[in-house]
Design a protein around this ligand. Structure first.
Ligand code: FAD
Length: 234
């Protein structure tokens, strides 16, 4: 199996980076291939702009998604995007490893999503959800955060987590491009817990990874449940 870890933490000694390193070691020991895109270490450019294209279809007016499609076909997309896209296409499992920033991903990771999940390859036309361009691959979100576990849930102060806070990422992005989305692994309250509790989070993650095949992917729409105009079928 080919594993791609997209990692977005600015501190190499952080706990979040320790989770990434643990996953890397876990899959290497199991005989898999692991590629890490360490976005801060790569000084990844997160800004989607006209500079991403060398052969504009429409030089006077930028429609980013159309230029993604055209420049990919012409092999004229920015080299940093092309490299990440090749890693993504080769991957069977993609792990997104990051600290939660404002209920979301750090900007550097958002920029990876904006620039790498390109139209025409990852989605396009009626190719989304279970028909998305990345179907057949799995995604796992591994994140750390400051809040406590009881602060997330139906009546909790911050609301639902998987179908609420993480919906734009899990559903609107990963499931949308066809990835089979596994239940996320979450390290709660990480900066404030005792060192032993953090050690336990690492142990929990190790067994989570060891049992990944047993996890039931999250349920997202299937295109055959909708008609040609995307109304739900009777
Ligand atoms: P670190 O501070 O790197 O680590 C915590 C402790 O673990 C440190 O003492 C470190 O020395 C120790 N450590 C490092 N390695 C190990 C190891 N191998 N074993 C044991 N201990 C180790 N939180 C929310 O809940 N909701 C939000 O919306 C939110 N938004 C945020 C927005 C911003 C801009 C920022 C900066 C933070 C936000 N946070 C939020 C908090 C953030 O998600 C957490 O601070 C972060 O996830 C903690 O993980 P870390 O790896 O950065 O912790």
């Amino acid at each position: 199996m080919n594993v791609l870890i997209v990692h977005a933490h600015p501190e190499a000694k952080s706990f979040n980076t320790a989770l990434m390193t643990l996953a890397q070691a876990h899959f290497l020991e199991a005989g898999h291939t692991v590629v890490v895109s360490d976005l801060y270490a790569m000084n990844w450019n997160p800004v989607a702009s006209a500079a991403d294209f060398t052969q504009r279809k429409s030089p006077d007016y930028l429609v980013y998604a159309l230029e993604q499609r055209h420049n990919y076909e012409q092999q004229a997309i920015a080299p940093d995007i092309a490299v990440e896209l090749d890693k993504l296409k080769a991957a069977d499992l993609v792990i997104f490893n990051f600290p939660l920033y404002w209920f979301s991903v750090p900007a550097i990771l958002k920029g990876w999503i904006d620039r790498v999940l390109i139209s025409g390859v990852c989605y396009g036309g009626m190719r989304f959800y279970d028909q998305g361009g990345l179907k057949g691959k799995k995604a796992l979100v591994t994140l750390t955060l400051g809040g406590r576990e009881h602060m997330f849930g139906e009546n909790a102060i911050h609301g639902e987590l998987v179908d609420g806070m993480l919906r734009p990422l899990l559903r609107g992005t990963l499931a949308y491009v066809g990835l089979e989305v596994l239940p996320p692994f979450i390290g709660y309250h990480v900066p404030y817990i005792k060192p032993e509790a953090r050690e336990q989070v690492l142990l929990d993650y190790k067994s989570y990874l060891a049992n990944l095949d047993e996890l039931t992917p999250l349920r997202y729409p299937h295109m055959d449940e909708f008609d040609g105009k995307l109304y739900p079928k009777g």
